[in-house]
Design a protein around this ligand. Structure first.
Ligand SMILES: [Zn+2]
Length: 221
């Protein structure tokens, strides 16, 4: 650091390089630090850094990020011997509800991942309307769950694999685009579809291998 005329918040006696007779604008570390703070202050005040942080958060918390969490629920279902379907409900950047298929454990044909996630979210938000939420589910919802999505006024549905046997959000029918119903959420299908489908294929392959010929596996919902 050369001699300079910048006090840099320090008194002349604390700044060992301070020289009141140095030329104004002399290039030194104090000067460069001052410029850096001015530039930083400008970017903060004009919103550039805030926007940069927001766009990075959007990148981090994208649909694939949340679908990974729904896949974790599906893996939990598989470990419990259930058809591996998982769901989470997100409000802002927060998970407010989770669910995994529990049809066998509860002996309840309505215990689909989406239904459990919706019920737990309603309890968390203390509201039966989930307008500003996004439901992430690893498998395209069936007619029952699509109906629950409409009733709960869920704003956005993101699903992974398509369901050729029961999909009611584009495959067999599309209840969520039905104009005669009073709510049509935004729908995105096929997010991490390969992995969401593979976990199901893997489960059914193992089930078939372990069961006597002729016995049918349980439905996927
Ligand atoms: Zn369902």
């Amino acid at each position: 650091m050369g001699n300079c005329n910048h006090e840099d918040g320090l008194s002349a006696s604390q700044n060992p390089s301070f020289r009141p007779d140095a030329p104004v604008g002399e290039s030194c570390n104090h000067f460069r630090k001052g410029v850096a703070f001015l530039v930083l202050g400008h970017y903060i005040s004009c919103g550039y850094i805030g926007n940069l942080m927001d766009s990075n958060l959007e990148h981090i918390f994208d649909d694939a990020y949340w679908m990974e969490q729904a896949l974790s629920e599906a893996e939990g279902a598989m470990e419990a011997g259930e058809v591996p379907v998982g769901a989470i409900l997100v409000h802002g950047n927060e998970v407010i509800g989770r669910g995994r298929n529990q049809v066998e454990a509860l002996q309840d044909p309505t215990a689909h991942a989406e239904m459990i996630a919706i019920t737990s979210s309603v309890e968390a938000l203390k509201s039966r309307r989930l307008t500003d939420t996004t439901l992430y589910v690893t498998l395209e919802p069936c007619p029952m769950c699509a109906g629950a999505i409409v009733l709960a006024r869920i704003g956005r549905l993101v699903y992974g694999a398509w369901d050729p046997k029961a999909g009611a959000c584009g495959t067999l029918m599309n209840l969520l685009a039905e104009p005669r119903l009073n709510h049509q959420p935004e729908v995105v299908g096929g997010v991490l579809a390969d992995r969401c489908g593979e976990i199901l294929s893997h489960f059914f392959q193992r089930l078939r291998a372990s069961e006597p010929p002729g016995k049918r596996p349980p439905g996927t919902g």
